[in-house]
Design a protein around this ligand. Structure first.
Ligand code: UD1
Length: 463
C-alpha cells in the first residue's frame, strides 16, 4: 500500500471514449472468505486488482490456506486441508469484510475466532444482526479483547428476520446456514447484486440457496461443499462512478463490461438531470448535457439509489442548476466527506447527519484535499475532474481499496490526471499483485501444481 501517494488532476477536460469496469469489490470480499467454506479448490475469476482483495488474500493465507494469483484477476484458493478457524491477521481488523470468515468458519468447523470489526468513517457499523442470526442457528457468541468467539455443537436451520436489510448480515448468515441441518430462511434479506453473486458462487460449490435477490432467502443445509470456478460480477459502484464522471465533465463515455440493470437507479437520476443514457447488453453510454437540472436523491437498499454512490452524486449535483436535497438513509454519518468537497467550492449544507442540501451551480476550483474514505475519495476525483485548476488528493490509499487503476482509466478517457509518490515523482501503480506477495510466505507449491489438481476427479469445476 502506497500511503503517501497523491492524485493530481487538472480539471475541466471533457471525458470521451470507453472505460472497462472490473469485478465487483463487494462481491470479491465476500466470495474469497466464502471459498473457505468449501473443502476443495476454488478458482475465482474477474477479481478486481485492489487493496481490499490483496489484504483479504493475505488474511486467508495467514489461516494456513493456499492461495495464489494465476494472473492479476484470478485467485486460486486451495482450502482442502484447512484446519484453522481463527483469524488473527492484523490488517484484517481494519477491513470489515473479514467478518465473513466468521460465517464461513462457523459453518464449516462449528467454531470461529475472528476480530471484531472496528467502526469506520461513516458511523458505528454494528454486527448485532450477524450475531443474532448465528445465535438463531444454535451458536453461542462471545466477545472478548476485540475478538468474536463463535461455537456450536450443531447448527440447525431456523427462520431469521433481519430488522434491517443488512448486506453483511445476509451474506454472513447464508455462509453459516449452508452447513446447518435443515432449512434456514432469511426474511427481509438484502437484495444487493453481491448478495446474489455470493449465493450463486456457493451454489456452484454445492450449496442449496434459493431466492437470493428477493427479500426471502431459503437455504437448505448440505454436509459439505466442494471446489469450483466462478466469475465475479462487474462492479456496480465503479461503473456508477465513471458514469458520474462522464456527466460532470459534459462528456460522452461508454462504460463497458457492466450489468446495466444494476445501474438503473443512477441512470434514472442522470436522465432526470438532463443527460442522455443509452444502454446495451453490457454497457451504458452517458452523454452529458451543457446544463444539468437539480434533482433530489435518497439512498436506499437495492434496487434503490446506492449509498456508495452518494458522495460522487453530491459532487455532481453541485454543478447542476438549483437546489438538490440528498437524503442518506443507510448510514448514520456518511456526509463526513463534505468538509473536503467544500474546499473545492461545492456548496453543501448538511442540515442533519442524514440530509445534505446542495446548492448549484457551484464554481468548482482545484485545491488540496484529503480522502476520508473510499467513496469520499471517489467524490473528490469526480469533483476534481470538473474543477478549474489543480486538485491534489491525498490519502489515496482509500481510493486504492476499491478502484483498480483509476488514474489510467480516467487518463484513457482524456482526463489530465496523474499519481505522484512522496517525492512528487509520477508513478504508475497498477496492476500490482506481485508486489503484494513478494514479501509473504510462499505457498509451498507452484501454481501449475495447483492447476493440475483441478483435474482431480473429486473436484467439481463449473464454467
Ligand atoms: C455493505 C457494503 C458497503 C455498502 C453497504 C450498504 C460490503 C463489503 N460493503 O456494507 O459498501 O455501503 O453494504 O449497501 O459489501 N446494521 C445494523 N446491524 C448489523 C448490520 C448492519 O444495524 O448487524 C446497519 C448498519 O449500521 C447500516 C445498515 O444496517 O446502517 C446497512 O448496513 P449493511 O447493509 O450491513 O452494510 P455492510 O454490509 O457493512
Amino acid at each position: 500500500m502506497y500511503v503517501l501517494d497523491r492524485i493530481i488532476i487538472n480539471g475541466q477536460q471533457r471525458l470521451n471514449g470507453s472505460v472497462f469496469v472490473n469485478g465487483a469489490k463487494n462481491a470479491a470480499v465476500a466470495i474469497i472468505p466464502a471459498a473457505l467454506s468449501a473443502r476443495g479448490i476454488c478458482v475465482i475469476e474477474n477479481l478486481p486488482c485492489i487493496e481490499d482483495v490483496n489484504i483479504l488474500a493475505n488474511a486467508i493465507r495467514s489461516c494456513g490456506i493456499k492461495a495464489e494469483f494465476r494472473d492479476p484477476h484470478t485467485l486460486i484458493i486451495d482450502s482442502r486441508n484447512l484446519t484453522d478457524y481463527k483469524l488473527t491477521f492484523d490488517l484484517a481488523r481494519n477491513m470489515r469484510a473479514s467478518y465473513y470468515l466468521l460465517g464461513a468458519f462457523l459453518g464449516r468447523f462449528k467454531k470461529a475466532i475472528v476480530p471484531l470489526p472496528g467502526g469506520c468513517n461513516f458511523g458505528i457499523r454494528p454486527v448485532n444482526l450477524h450475531i443474532k442470526g448465528f445465535e438463531k442457528l444454535g451458536a453461542t457468541i462471545e466477545q472478548e479483547h476485540g475478538m468474536i468467539y463463535a461455537y456450536a455443537d450443531r447448527l440447525v436451520g431456523d427462520h431469521i428476520f433481519l430488522d434491517v436489510a443488512s448486506v453483511g448480515a445476509t451474506i454472513n448468515i447464508m455462509l453459516a446456514a449452508v452447513h446447518a441441518e435443515g432449512v434456514t430462511t432469511i426474511e427481509n434479506a438484502a437484495k444487493e447484486p453481491h448478495v446474489v453473486d455470493t449465493a450463486n458462487f456457493l451454489n456452484i460449490l454445492g450449496a442449496k440457496i434459493k431466492g437470493a435477490g428477493t427479500d426471502n432467502i431459503k437455504i437448505t443445509g448440505v454436509q459439505e461443499l466442494s471446489g469450483g470456478t466462478y466469475t465475479i460480477i462487474p462492479d456496480q459502484i465503479e461503473a456508477g462512478t465513471y458514469m458520474i464522471a462522464a456527466a460532470i465533465t459534459g462528456g460522452d463515455v461508454t462504460v463497458k463490461n457492466i450489468i446495466p440493470r444494476h445501474l438503473d437507479s443512477l441512470s434514472a437520476k442522470l436522465r432526470e438531470m438532463g443527460c442522455r443514457i443509452e444502454e446495451g447488453g453490457d454497457y451504458v453510454r452517458v452523454v452529458g448535457a451543457s446544463e444539468l437540472n437539480s434533482v433530489n436523491v435518497k439512498t436506499m437498499v437495492y434496487p434503490g439509489f446506492p449509498t456508495d454512490l452518494q458522495p460522487q452524486m453530491t459532487a455532481l449535483l453541485s454543478t447542476a442548476n438549483g437546489t438538490s436535497v440528498v437524503t442518506e438513509t443507510v448510514f448514520d454519518n456518511r456526509f463526513q466527506y463534505v468538509t473536503e468537497i467544500i474546499r473545492l467550492g461545492c456548496r453543501v449544507n448538511t442540515q442533519t447527519a442524514q440530509i445534505g442540501i446542495v446548492e448549484g451551480p457551484s464554481k468548482i476550483t482545484g485545491a488540496e484535499v484529503s480522502a476520508t474514505d473510499l467513496r469520499a475519495g471517489a467524490a473528490l476525483v469526480v469533483a476534481g475532474l470538473a474543477a478549474e485548476g489543480e486538485t491534489v488528493i491525498s490519502n489515496v490509499k482509500y481510493i486504492d481499496r476499491g478502484y483498480e487503476d483509476i488514474e489510467n482509466k480516467l487518463r484513457g478517457l482524456g482526463a489530465n490526471i496523474k499519481r505522484v509518490n512522496e517525492q512528487g515523482e509520477i508513478v504508475n501503480r497498477a496492476p500490482a499483485r506481485d508486489r503484494i506477495f513478494d514479501d509473504t510466505e510462499t505457498l509451498g507449491h507452484s501454481i501449475d501444481e495447483v492447476a493440475a489438481t483441478l483435474e482431480a476427479p473429486n473436484v467439481v469445476i463449473s464454467a
